[in-house]
Write a protein that binds this ligand. Structure first.
Ligand code: NAD
Length: 456
């Protein structure tokens, strides 16, 4: 038995008792989670400040508030989602009734990253609870204060056989992946996503993979430049660019590039001030390793704005790099920091081809007033999801399932999507015993003729 064999066995025994499947149990658990978050808001704020220097405003908007909204939405709809639902029957199944029975997978493993260490751990957890699963949650070791608060709060409120937080790094994660789970929900990098999927394949465990990559942001010549600048500045520099769906790089029509960059500078000053080192409110880079990786990009292209950093505080100011080319170092991997490379374009079709020739992005943003251009981009480029004339905001709607495609991920959650990913839909045919139609049996006279008529 593996290191976590005992824990899994405990959870499995509990799951088989059927308690987590009861609607009232799920609702109670979600309400407990809700009150746990509300009453410990301050502890979470402090932990996130220590781990990432997140401001209280950012923490509430992007971590706590968004999760509370998710839970509220789930509580409102759960009784309908969880009910077996009747679907139509076909001619071939005359006399029978057809149903979909939603059922939880069982024991789910949730592995989360450090960039939104609260939201990206608890939002999937809420989905797993709503669907009736037991959960083992492995938060990121790079944000240890938040992980510790999560572990403490969850263990005080929920029995271990229902929900357990397991803290630790790669070793712990690897040991967990050696166990047989019924579902694995992973948020993190593409490279670790591949490791997770390989481990899951050994047991044919279904997975959701919420990964990353380089998300393009296109500013066409007909865009509302001032508004585009403000929305891009916010989407890119919130959380110091450490957002999976942050615009990774800008593609700006050459005719408006100069004017747009000026607007972008103004917007950055307005939202984050001219000197972020004075305000002390700007999110820091999570680790020295990531900090050094980011600093190495600063000599790419031509610096248009920013470039200053404070190594002791692991802080880098919002930085814009102009005159960037596809073969620059900064364009070879997901940036995940407050550095925004800018490329100009003359031909939109050429830019589309460049994007198409690379891994499918998690998000894509287009700023343009033209319906035709908007439809062209939406039809021609495959990506997880995104916005027209905005950035990042699509993930705030419970009606828009959020996830990637291709290398940016598998599966999507938020809103009903969070319930669905942790739910198996069991298809059931309830057959009548009042009569027994003879068509399917080989003994029926002229059976083949009849079957052909029905099935055609
Ligand atoms: P990561 O892949 O390094 O780590 C994620 C989790 O996996 C952590 O809990 C970590 O302990 C664990 N892990 C790391 N190496 C492992 C290994 N070899 N085997 C097993 N487990 C391992 O990612 P990160 O640095 O924490 O997060 C940043 C990445 O996550 C970025 O690529 C970003 O785009 C992506 N991301 C995606 C989303 C999304 O919703 N799609 C959200 C946030 C972040």
């Amino acid at each position: 038995m593996g290191k976590f064999g005992d824990l899994l066995e405990k959870q499995r025994n509990f799951f088989l008792q059927g308690k987590t499947k009861e609607l009232s149990y799920r609702i109670e658990a979600l309400k407990s989670l809700q009150s746990l978050i509300r009453t410990n808001e301050q502890d979470l704020m402090i932990a996130l400040k220590k781990d990432l220097n997140k401001s209280e405003f950012d923490t509430y908007l992007t971590e706590i508030g968004i999760v509370l909204e998710e839970i509220k939405f789930t509580l409102k709809h759960l009784s309908v989602w969880a009910k077996p639902r009747r679907v139509r029957s076909s001619l071939a199944t005359l006399g029978s009734k057809s149903y979909i029975y939603p059922e939880p997978y069982g024991i789910s493993l949730v592995i989360s990253p450090w960039n939104y260490p609260f939201q990206l751990a608890i939002a999937p957890l809420a989905g797993a609870i709503a669907a009736g699963n037991c959960v083992i949650l492995k938060p990121s070791e790079l944000t240890p204060n938040t992980s510790a608060v999560l572990a403490k709060l969850i263990s005080e409120k929920f029995p271990q056989e229902f929900i357990t937080v397991v803290e630790g790094g790669v070793e712990v994660s690897t040991a967990l992946l050696n166990e047989k789970f019924d579902y694995i929900f992973f948020t993190g990098s593409v490279s670790v996503g591949k490791i997770v999927m390989q481990a899951a394949a050994k047991n044919l465990t279904p997975v959701t993979l919420e990964l990353g990559g380089k998300s393009p942001c296109i500013v066409h010549e007909d865009a509302n430049l001032k508004l585009a600048a403000k929305r891009i500045a916010w989407g890119k520099f919130t959380n110091a660019g450490q957002t999976c769906v942050a615009p990774d790089y800008l593609y700006v029509h050459s005719r408006v590039k100069k004017e747009f960059l000026h607007e972008l500078k103004e917007a950055i000053y307005e939202l984050y001030s001219e000197n972020i080192f004075d305000t002390g409110l700007f999110t820091k880079i999570v680790s020295e390793k990531h900090f050094k990786r980011l600093i190495s990009f600063l000599n790419n292209g031509e610096r248009y704005l920013g470039g200053k950093f404070d190594e002791t505080k692991l802080t880098i100011e919002p930085t814009i790099l102009d005159k960037i080319h596809w073969d620059d170092e900064v364009m070879q991997e997901e940036i995940f920091g407050p550095i925004l490379p800018v490329m100009g374009y003359e031909s939109l079709p050429q830019s589309i081809r460049e994007i198409q020739s690379r891994p499918k992005p998690l998000a894509l943003y287009l700023f343009s007033e033209s319906d035709m251009i908007q439809e062209k981009i939406l039809n021609e480029i495959s990506f997880g999801g995104g916005c027209i004339n905005d950035t990042v905001y699509h993930l705030s709607s419970p009606y828009l399932p959020f996830g990637g495609v291709g290398e940016s991920g598998i599966g999507a959650y938020h809103g009903k999507g969070s319930f669905d990913v942790f739910t198996h839909e069991k298809s059931i045919l309830k057959q009548t015993t009042r009569f027994d139609l003879p068509f399917r049996y080989p003994t029926m006279k002229n059976g083949l003729k009849f079957i052909k008529r029905i099935l055609n």
